[in-house]
Write a protein that binds this ligand. Structure first.
Ligand SMILES: Cc1ncc(C[n+]2csc(CCOP(=O)(O)OP(=O)(O)O)c2C)c(N)n1
Ligand code: SF4
Length: 307
């Protein structure tokens, strides 16, 4: 598919399928992208939601979702999606629902489930070529239980379980590449602060069958320790500094959809967040800052050299 309905901002849907007044934190970057994703996917969507922050969206009998929503345990949302897809297929086969009543099975989880606990269930679902879309809002930690580190936590971030002077000693796992290695139908990274890029990718993902993944970086005022009013600015800086590459994998190729040619220094992004405050005070940790910048530079050098 090459054509997109989304050429300009004014082409974006003006409906809001996800209701307002949710219990999410003010400035939640995950909710920002979920609103946009749902509007492009449309009402014929069933969300299969693993335990995490977004579980709070649906507390019986109240729900902001216009369509259907199913709760699963943290690791088993892809298994839940299999059950939903099988049930829909049987209903279609028995002509108890018409083809235009069919629903997209959409897994919705945080990074704790997507990068860690739920990864083997996901791998099995990709192997079975399950027709499902997986949305991971990546707030880089276990947000719902107080921002413990997850396998998506970036190097040096302070979390509830990484309190030392150098923060989290590990490195963010590359979920994009892990999925690509499984040869799925589609993989993309998005962010709510680039709604056109996001809408085009959701539009494309919606038009394809098979296992598909969208990873949305989710600036998290509560877990990353910044003022909620900074959420959009931090999201934009993640892209402008090159920390969050916007890309997609389709037809066997990885393409970067935004290449920040004049990249801002990574510290412009880091210094806005309390989780990285120890890199700047009581004194600058030049070694760690340099290490983080160099890792980002190496990533983009490889991208630009491959063009
Ligand atoms: C097997 C299991 N262990 C622990 C929990 C408790 N728990 C509920 S939500 C959550 C954090 C989930 O983190 P993530 O998937 O990143 O989503 P977020 O909370 O950030 O939205 C945890 C640990 C659980 N539900 N299941
Ligand atoms: S903890 Fe973070 S991801 Fe969770 S609802 Fe609050 S802002 Fe959103």
């Amino acid at each position: 598919m090459t054509e997109t309905h989304f050429q300009r901002m004014k082409d974006l849907p003006s409906t809001r399928l996800l209701g307002t007044g949710t219990p999410m934190c003010a400035g939640c970057g995950g909710l920002m992208s979920l609103h946009q994703i749902y509007d492009v996917l449309g009402e014929k969507t069933v969300f299969i939601n693993a335990a995490g922050c977004m579980t709070l969206l649906s507390v019986y009998p109240f729900t902001p979702f216009r369509g259907s929503w199913l709760y699963t345990a943290m690791a088993s949302a892809p298994a839940g999606a299999q059950g939903v897809r099988d049930a829909l297929d049987i209903l279609l086969q028995q002509q108890r629902i018409l083809p235009d009543e069919d629903l997209q099975a959409v897994v919705l989880t945080g990074d704790g489930a997507a990068y860690g606990m739920g990864l083997s269930a996901t791998s099995g679902a990709i192997d079975r070529n399950l027709d499902f879309l997986y949305i991971c809002y990546d707030n880089e930690g276990y947000g719902n239980t107080g921002q413990q580190y997850s396998q998506a936590t970036p190097h040096a971030a302070r979390t509830a379980t990484s309190k030392g002077p150098r923060g989290y000693p590990g490195f963010k796992k590359d979920l994009f590449d892990i999925w690509v290695a499984n040869r799925p139908a589609y993989v993309a990274t998005v962010i709510g602060t680039d709604p056109l890029d996001l809408a085009r990718k959701i539009e494309k993902a919606k038009s394809i069958k098979g296992p598909r993944l969208i990873i949305s970086l989710a600036p998290c005022p509560t877990g990353w320790n910044f003022d909620p009013r900074e959420s959009a600015e931090i999201g934009k800086l993640a892209v402008k500094t090159g920390v969050w590459p916007l890309k997609e994998y389709v037809d066997g190729k990885v393409v970067h959809t935004r290449i920040p040619r004049l990249r801002q220094p990574v510290e412009d992004y880091l210094q806005k967040q309390g989780r990285f405050a120890h890199l700047f005070t009581p004194e600058r940790n030049e070694k760690l800052l340099d290490e983080i910048q160099q890792r980002t530079d190496r990533y983009w050098e490889a991208v630009i050299n491959s063009l």
